[in-house]
Write a new protein. Structure first.
Length: 240
């Protein structure tokens, strides 16, 4: 990570009056404590109001470099509700990132808007989610992002298992069920796999996007199927 990016992350973490020890900051940006000391000194020299005390940690004074960020009530409700939904139904990393985003947004909202965000009464609960499933979602999202082939055992609704090798393209949430959209090498076609039926996942090589095997082609196929279904329904209505 570049020094400028690292220092930006430090400032973002300290916003909103949060206190951070040098070791915590070092773990966050994956550098040594000595590097954090240098970064803090550079920030202080450039005018960033970061105060520190040995054994206590660093804290940044309020009101520093607030961007012109404003949300109306409906936008605040949507952001809070979305973060809570992801915290309930997402992977571990997804949930942590969603809540961290709310902290950063709250740090730059005026007091009235912060109060609105705290008063949002939209909640989500997911007793079906397990720690193992959350970690699996994070692994799959990472594979989608990196375009990394996967192989795994898959059980269909009848319980029959096959071994699949795929190119993961995206994660879709259907309400209580996550599916992975992928190009399946076994079927030589697009498939959607229920994440909770996947097991023994192994990462393979990085793949290069190919026309006809990417999300653009998948969406085009879905639209064609919908159009054909609408035409069939119309023909049946005429026949009737």
């Amino acid at each position: 990570m570049r020094r400028a990016d690292r220092q930006f992350q430090i400032v973002q973490h300290q916003r909103g009056g949060r206190r951070g020890r040098a070791q915590d900051l070092a773990d966050r940006v994956e550098v040594s404590q000595r590097t954090i000391y240098r970064d803090i000194a550079d920030l202080q020299a450039s005018g960033v109001p970061v105060d520190g005390e040995a054994g206590v940690g660093y804290v940044m004074q309020g009101g520093f470099d607030l961007p012109p960020l404003m949300f109306n009530r409906d936008e605040i409700v949507a952001l809070v509700a979305g973060a809570r939904l992801l915290r309930a139904w997402g992977g571990e990393a997804m949930a942590a990132a969603a809540m961290e985003a709310l902290v950063k947004i709250g740090a730059v909202l005026p007091e009235a808007e912060r109060a609105r965000a705290a008063a949002v009464q939209v909640h989500a609960f997911a007793p079906e989610m397990t720690d193992a499933l959350r970690r699996q979602l994070d692994r799959l999202e990472h594979a989608v992002d990196k375009r990394q082939c996967l192989s795994f055992a898959y059980a269909d609704k009848a319980g029959e298992q096959t071994r699949r090798t795929i190119r993961p393209l995206g994660l879709w949430f259907w309400g209580k069920v996550w599916t992975l959209v992928a190009w399946c090498e076994l079927r030589e076609d697009f498939r959607m796999f229920r994440v909770d039926r996947m097991s023994d996942i192994a990462h393979g090589p990085i793949y290069k996007p190919e026309p006809g095997r990417d999300l653009r082609a998948f969406y085009a196929l879905q639209l064609r199927h919908r159009s054909e279904a609408c035409l069939q329904t119309g023909a049946e209505a005429v026949d009737a």
